[in-house]
Design a protein. Structure first.
Length: 330
């Protein structure tokens, strides 16, 4: 029997087989390489999760109280500088030696007022500054949150309005380690301490200033209300829970935060909001930082009968007319 009798039988010496054709080797090599890369990616992902992924923790109420305590700090004496009609720049040195800056504006001349003014404390969002509460635009950028309209509404209703730059924001930026750097390191490398400390120390700055401001004769210490947008809403819920001197809180689109950053998660502080005269939550149905279900759960967990939930269409940037709906809160 010669070879012509079996022209393509596999295995005969000297004849080509399907497996010996060079063009067919590459798909298998590529498949093996892809599986190897996938395995390596899974291994690296597991290693990252074990080393750097944030994990929930549960601080005790005593631990939280200690982290936010500011008692015992040297009383401050702010430097005040006039900024046009009825407004003053505020500067002071905080409990840890950090310089703090902000502004207070009165609805009319405090020296001529017949009664002290109620106070609105306003807190800005992540990456913003206290100037967003006063101006429709700042450094060429529009105030998309329209927080300046909240200030205008408060002044019309007879409130003095106070806002500070949070730590690492506005004039207090750290150019060597920005807020973006801080958030990146938390997300990628699990470094939550700088983020938590930024929030905690900013709230302590406000508490220290309130110690000085509320005894002043031009302020009605029995009517102190807090509001804040995004990160500011988060801070308003926390500060309001810590401060019995605060009578009302309106949190505007606070981000959803769980126990991975428990020291600054509003859910940890909600019981302290019991007894507030007004407790409002303003949320968006398609917020990128808190789902409708998460916002509803936050509202349901808020204590007391004086709470109200205003829902708006769209995302984290609320419609321009949302401040009008806040009028009854004042």
């Amino acid at each position: 029997m010669n070879s012509d009798s079996h022209p393509m039988r596999p295995g005969l010496p000297g004849l080509p087989t399907p497996h010996s054709q060079p063009g067919r080797r590459w798909p298998r090599r590529l498949a093996r390489g892809g599986l190897a890369l996938l395995g390596l990616a899974l291994l690296l992902g597991l290693l990252w999760w074990q080393l750097f992924a944030l994990r929930p923790y549960q601080p005790s109420p005593q631990d939280l109280a200690a982290r936010y305590a500011h008692a015992g700090a040297v009383p401050i004496t702010p430097q005040l500088r006039a900024l046009g009609p009825h407004a003053q720049e505020i500067r002071f040195i905080s409990f840890d030696g950090a310089a703090v800056n902000g502004r207070i504006q009165y609805p009319s001349d405090p020296a001529q007022a017949k009664a002290p003014f109620p106070l609105l404390v306003a807190m800005h969002g992540l990456g913003r500054s206290h100037m967003r509460w006063w101006q429709a635009s700042y450094k060429g950028g529009e105030t998309l949150e329209h927080t300046h309209l909240v200030t205008e509404l408060a002044l019309k209703q007879g409130y003095a309005v106070l806002a500070l730059d949070a730590r690492r924001h506005g004039e207090r930026k750290n150019l060597d380690y920005s807020v973006l750097d801080l958030m990146r390191d938390m997300d990628l490398w699990g470094k939550r301490e700088p983020y938590e400390q930024m929030i905690i120390d900013s709230i302590k700055d406000y508490r220290l200033l309130l110690d000085w401001l509320l005894p002043q004769p031009q302020i009605d210490a029995s009517r102190v209300q807090l509001t804040g947008y995004s990160m500011g809403g988060q801070m308003a819920l926390i500060l309001g829970s810590l401060e019995p001197r605060v009578t009302a809180v309106a949190a505007i689109v606070p981000p959803h935060l769980d126990d991975k950053v428990a020291a600054v998660s509003p859910q940890r502080f909600l019981p302290g909001l019991a007894g507030k005269k007004k407790l409002w939550l303003l949320s968006a149905e398609d917020d990128e930082y808190a789902s409708a279900a998460q916002n509803q759960a936050l509202f349901e967990a808020m204590p007391g009968a004086a709470k109200q939930h205003l829902r708006f269409p769209g995302g984290h940037i609320l419609p321009r007319d949302y401040p009008e709906r806040m009028a009854p809160w004042f």
